[in-house]
Design a protein around this ligand. Structure first.
Ligand code: AMP
Ligand code: GLY
Length: 426
């Protein structure tokens, strides 16, 4: 079996790592991949948005299954292009990926089908958005409609910040065309949880809950990043909350997409806020989270390929989708200065301590091989994950493992998973 994975970050490394343990022993290709992925797969230097070249490669190599890790190609319709060419591919098609690609679409869907979320209004005229600000209470949340590398959300504490925000998103177009339309929504408070699910168009299966740490600094200070670390499961995602989500969120969303003639097949990521009024949806993603995948996938007991095939074939209700009763923590090692400006090309030492055979992993996010040496090539460089019986143990081991890696300007948060201390795990 030949599998092609599309993407080249920590999430794709986690996907490739999981595939490499499959009972089907697939031959794995990854486009474009990275220095870590290259140890497990053949990396092909084709960009994730070059659909024609990817399709040609898949046809030529007779790829049996393609798995898309990233949001941009999904929202851009890579699944449609592959399917038209008769290629088997995992992920939502363009019509379904709009659930992530347009926040205005997602909000309309949630309103129409009574899926709990923050109250909001959508605007395509900045003047109207400015006038609406007179009616809101602060803080208020501004969201660029389209994909913006996870950066298109602004939390504004007063009228001046909100005016600036509208100006930035809609007029100056800081996030490009993603800001043609904008959502203004109520600020919710509570604890955030990410829940990843497999969906086959009709039914869904939960993978595991996780929590990301988006701010750059300890104690949730500093700028927003792509994610500085994760843990799974979230002890705050209790059985009671799980029950409510099954009743009011998950199946309703899957059914809503089918009723809209946009059946969703792939990984559906629910970004939830656990508010005093119950869990509410903050966002949907149409793919594995990054770095959520780096803690969820290493906990998977059943075969990832079976789950993927069941989603494509619509047989998820009969599939074995199971996870170990354990815990994982991932600590991201970043380049000093991230997310603003940072240097690249720093030699990375200590990678040999990670073989993928024990319960610790070093997933590459921004690395490249140069003259036989792995060097830094991005803001987020590596994700060090440890899997253990409990969250506390996983946390301790992840931080110990993070010490084994050295590069100039290595930067990490010290409090990933600290909030779980003293909380009874599920
Ligand atoms: P999103 O891309 O929609 O998940 O937004 C990114 C981050 O902004 C989320 O992970 C939250 O931390 C925050 N956020 C988004 N929407 C809201 C909201 N309505 N209230 C409070 N925080 C929010
Ligand atoms: N960690 C959030 C995301 O993948 O979008």
């Amino acid at each position: 079996m030949k599998i092609l994975v599309i993407g080249g970050g920590g999430r794709e490394h986690a996907i490739v790592q999981t595939l490499s343990k499959s009972k089907y022993h697939p031959e794995i290709f990854c486009a474009p991949g990275n220095a870590g992925i290259a140890q497990l797969a053949t990396c092909v230097s084709i960009g994730a948005m070059d659909f024609d070249a990817l399709k040609e490669f898949a046809l030529e190599q007779q790829i049996d299954l393609t798995i898309v890790g990233m949001d941009d190609p999904l929202v851009g319709g890579i699944v449609d292009v592959f399917r038209e060419a008769g290629l088997r591919i995992f992920g939502p098609d363009r019509r379904a990926a709009v659930l992530e690609g347009s926040k205005a679409f997602a909000k309309d869907l949630m309103m129409k089908y009574d899926i709990p979320c923050a109250n909001s209004r959508t605007f395509s005229d900045p003047e109207e958005a400015m006038i609406f600000l007179k009616e809101v209470s602060f803080p208020v949340v501004l969201k660029a409609d389209g994909l913006a590398l996870g950066k298109g959300v602004l939390i504004c504490n007063d009228m001046r910040e909100a005016h600036d925000g509208i100006d930035q998103i809609m007029i100056r177009r800081a996030f490009g065309d993603a800001g043609k339309t904008m959502v203004i929504e109520e600020f919710l408070t509570g604890r955030e949880v990410s829940v990843l699910t497999f969906v086959d168009g009709h039914s869904y299966r939960i993978m595991a809950s996780a929590q990301d740490h988006k701010r750059a600094g300890d104690g949730d200070t500093g700028l927003n990043t792509g994610g500085m670390g994760t843990f799974s499961p979230s002890p705050f995602y209790t059985e009671e909350i799980d029950r409510i989500c099954h009743e009011t969120i998950y199946q309703r969303t899957v059914d809503a997409m089918r009723k809209e003639d946009r059946p969703f097949k792939g990984v559906l990521f629910f970004g939830l806020m656990l508010t005093e009024d119950g869990p509410k949806v903050l966002e949907f993603n149409a793919r594995f989270g990054d770095p959520e995948a780096q803690v969820v996938l290493p906990r998977m007991r059943s075969d990832l390929i079976d789950a993927v095939n069941a989603c494509i074939d619509g047989t998820l209700d009969q599939a074995d989708v199971s996870f170990e009763d354990n815990a994982a923590v991932c600590v991201v090692l970043a380049s000093e200065g991230y997310p603003v400006s940072y240097e690249k090309g720093k030699r990375i030492d200590g990678l040999e301590h990670f073989t993928g055979e024990d319960n610790r992993y070093c997933f590459h996010a921004g690395t490249i091989s140069a003259a036989g040496q792995v060097v830094t090539n991005g803001g987020r460089v590596l994700g060090v994950t440890a899997v253990a019986k409990t969250l506390e143990e996983a946390r301790k081991e992840a931080y110990e493992a993070a010490e084994l890696i050295e590069f100039e300007g290595k930067y990490l948060r010290h409090d990933i998973g600290k909030s779980i201390e003293g909380v009874e795990s599920l």
